[in-house]
Design a protein around this ligand. Structure first.
Ligand code: FAD
Length: 568
């Protein structure tokens, strides 16, 4: 029987939330509740299947949020996917386990956080149960350096049971070599450039997806001090009415399974882990946000936190298709990561200068696009850091995934990793279940399309370079009719703006930064201006990482759990 008062109430039983729930409830004297809008999906084959990526899209476990019309990309809206289930987006994602460039995590220091790659590494390892590849898997491209992996954590990380054979990886490796891209023996080392066959959040012994619930909840479900409220939709926080100067959240109001409104009381803390496209909305609905947003909707301002929902960043993905003549079976992930010099060659230095000279204009446009909420000076500082990452630290900026083709078709998908455009997400109504205004401002700033064009050209080159060109015989999307072989930037530009989709890597809507730079939480994940509200999920990540988000979120949540424990 569930109670109604807990030490900690966590909103969102997803990728990050279940880490916090698990670690806090290790102490049997501490009570923890999780409020999760979705159901459990233990036996859902759209979730568990090794090759089922995409099957859950559009089903009831996909929130499928809709963006505002994207004015820099044909005025079309985008579907923004996110998991609605115990396990959150880790139940529907691509399972790629890929961290970040070390310099990207180190850059968080420059925006006021005491976090570095070296200090996060123990948490990457703490979360990880790394399954060493078998000899057969090594021959199919699996490769690692043991010093970067943990083997005692809850999260299974491995190569899929049925990998892709038939020399697919060595064919790709030879192709990348011919393009001067080296083999990378472990791209989870903090140094990502090169070609690699990446591990996945996957349980090899059971041959199923490893989602956050399988890693962090089911094996611990019998803990009497941990309660999960499924099919329960959180609406807002409640505030203690003692007149302490710093607001203290003492509970969460939610709609339960039956549609009834209930409240859970929190005696210590409320942790928001509802994801980048929800946690900022819950802050606003609770009176934490920009007064200009809240007052219009009749919400009393509890904490003036002007940048809640700002700094939204995502990437843009494109799929291209090929005729193919060889059939490969099995699951696998094959990525080439390229840096600025790889894609711009001798033009890189000149291009870097052009972009540097544009940063002021980028800052102006971004401030205008936020309706004046964010300011030019601050944005300029952030953009300079990003420029350094791209052109001085040379983080990888292009991700190209080559999927194993069937006998008739092959798919290459790619995206630019470090776009500058920033948008925002805000509530449009005081009704917590009403849709929000979500605007990533895709392609607002011209670096972003240039990065995407350079990535597109590189991806096309893969298919035209031997030995890959012996397998992928001709391009069907976009095809040389639509984007000719020696297409101008303009031709690529117009196709890419029409063919892209969201990469679903939304971040920074409750950014972890100093207050002066527009942060919403400090480096303890504590929301500025509150006594006991934390945000622990992708909302806090201040700059895009070149990896995929989940591995870094597991590590960050492990770190956050330690900080929460230490603060009491
Ligand atoms: P989530 O895991 O989304 O958790 C949020 C939870 O909060 C959800 O369970 C949700 O139902 C719940 N919730 C929301 N609102 C409420 C409410 N009001 N009340 C109660 N509960 C609520 N990353 C990778 O590393 N590798 C990949 O291959 C990869 N592929 C991806 C593919 C897709 C299609 C998508 C969408 C993302 C992908 N990502 C990938 C990104 C990554 O999975 C996510 O960034 C990450 O899982 C987000 O974790 P989170 O903790 O921020 O939120």
């Amino acid at each position: 029987v569930s109670r109604s008062r807990y030490d900690y109430v966590i909103v969102g039983g997803g990728t990050s939330g279940l880490v916090i729930a698990n670690r806090l409830s290790e102490d049997p004297t501490i009570s923890v509740a999780v409020i999760e809008a979705g159901d459990q999906v233990f036996n859902n084959t759209n979730v568990t299947s090794a090759t089922g990526y995409g099957k859950a899209f559009g089903t009831q476990i996909d929130w499928a949020y809709e963006s505002e019309a994207q004015v820099y990309a044909g005025n079309k809206t985008q579907i923004l996917r996110a998991g609605k289930a115990l396990g959150g987006t880790s139940t529907i994602n691509g399972m790629t386990y890929m961290r970040a460039e070390s310099s990207q995590i180190d850059s968080w220091k420059k925006v006021g956080n005491n976090v570095s790659w070296d200090s996060l590494m123990p948490y990457y390892k703490k979360s990880e149960y790394f399954e060493y590849p078998t000899g057969a898997q090594v021959s199919m491209g699996a490769s690692y350096s043991p010093e970067f992996h943990g083997t005692e954590g809850p999260l299974s990380v491995s190569w899929p049971t049925e990998m892709v054979g038939n020399n697919f990886s060595s064919t790709l490796n030879a192709t990348f070599k011919a393009m001067d891209l080296p083999w990378n023996g472990d791209a989870n080392s903090g140094s990502m450039r090169g070609y690699n066959v990446f591990p996945k959040t996957f349980d090899r012994s059971l041959d199923v997806r490893e989602d956050a619930a399988r890693a962090y909840y089911y094996p611990f479900a019998t803990r009497p001090n941990l309660d999960i409220f499924l099919n329960s939709f959180a609406q807002r926080l409640t505030w203690s009415d003692d007149n302490s100067s710093i607001p203290f959240a003492n509970g969460v109001v939610f709609t339960d399974k039956s549609g009834a409104e209930q409240t859970l009381l929190a005696t210590r803390e409320v942790v928001l882990s509802a994801g980048s496209l929800r946690s900022p909305l819950l802050l606003e609905l609770s009176g934490i946000g920009n007064p200009s947003v809240l007052e219009n909707l009749g919400i009393e301002v509890k904490v003036n936190s002007p940048f809640v929902g700002e700094n939204l960043q995502d990437q843009t993905t494109v799929d291209t298709n090929y005729n193919a003549n060889t059939n490969f079976t099995g699951a696998g992930g094959f990525i080439g990561y390229f840096n600025a010099t790889d894609v711009w060659g001798n033009n890189t230095a000149a291009f870097s200068k052009t972009i540097k000279a544009s940063l002021e204009q980028y800052a102006n446009r971004t401030a205008d696009a936020s309706g004046g909420i964010t300011d030019r000076e601050t944005l300029l500082k952030l953009f300079k850091i990003q420029h350094e990452l791209i052109f001085e630290d040379e983080v990888v900026i292009s991700e190209i995934i080559v999927n194993p083709p069937s006998a008739s078709s092959g798919l290459i998908e790619y995206w630019g990793l470090m776009p500058f455009s920033r948008g925002n997400i805000h509530i449009k109504s005081a009704n917590s279940s009403a849709p929000a205004a979500i605007n990533p401002n895709f392609f607002m700033l011209d670096y972003d399309i240039k990065q995407q064009i350079a990535t597109a050209r590189t991806a096309r080159k893969i298919a035209m370079t031997a030995p890959m060109s012996n397998i992928l015989t001709s391009e069907t999307t976009p095809s040389f009719d639509v984007v000719p072989l020696n297409a101008t930037d303009e031709a690529w530009d117009s196709w890419l703006r029409s063919a892209y989709r969201s990469n679903y890597h939304y971040i920074s809507t409750a950014a972890m930064m100093s207050k002066e730079l527009g942060g919403v939480v400090d480096d303890n994940h504590l929301v500025y201006g509150t006594a006991n509200v934390r945000v622990v999920d992708a909302s806090v990540i201040p700059f895009q990482v070149s990896g995929h988000l989940a591995s870094t979120l597991y590590a960050l949540a492990e770190r956050a759990a330690d900080l929460i424990k230490a603060s009491h």
